[in-house]
Design a protein around this ligand. Structure first.
Ligand code: 5GP
Ligand code: ZN
Length: 118
């Protein structure tokens, strides 16, 4: 996946503000944040989108969920009175623009009923 921008970030070939990473996932700041906290959680395996998730690669989803909790604590938005929103976009209507599975963790302000890419 030579052309995939997130694969390049995983390999540290292009810069990103990394929040945390481990063997399975990397978390970094979105280049165009829509809220005070906007972190992308990305598996270190090129899974194109949520429809490509299966029993074989499910370990990455487990790790993504653990990393979401980790990032929420790191960004101090983990308490119930704070909170955050998790989004993964897919397809034309969903508005996925980078075709490497990723979860947006968005918070740090009161989010309205509208969602990302409104
Ligand atoms: P999507 O629209 O696919 O759900 O989300 C892609 C996200 O990746 C967008 O929020 C966009 O701002 C972010 N993004 C795109 N290119 C880069 C990049 O090179 N670096 C970082 N940090 N974020 C990026
Ligand atoms: Zn990729």
């Amino acid at each position: 996946m030579e052309e995939c921008i997130f694969c390049k970030i995983i390999k540290h070939e292009i810069p990103a503000k990394v929040v945390n990473e481990n063997e399975y996932v990397i978390a970094f700041e979105d280049a165009y944040p829509v809220a005070p906290v906007h972190v992308l959680i990305v598996p270190k395996k090129h899974i194109a989108n949520i429809m490509e998730v299966n029993d074989e690669n499910m370990v990455y989803i487990n790790e993504i969920h653990k990393m979401i909790q980790n990032v929420a604590k790191n960004k101090k938005i983990d308490a119930q009175e704070n909170g955050f929103r998790v989004i993964t976009n897919y397809g034309e209507d969903g508005g996925q623009t980078v075709h490497h599975l990723h979860y947006h963790v968005i918070g740090g302000k009161r989010l309205g009923p509208k969602i990302i890419h409104e």
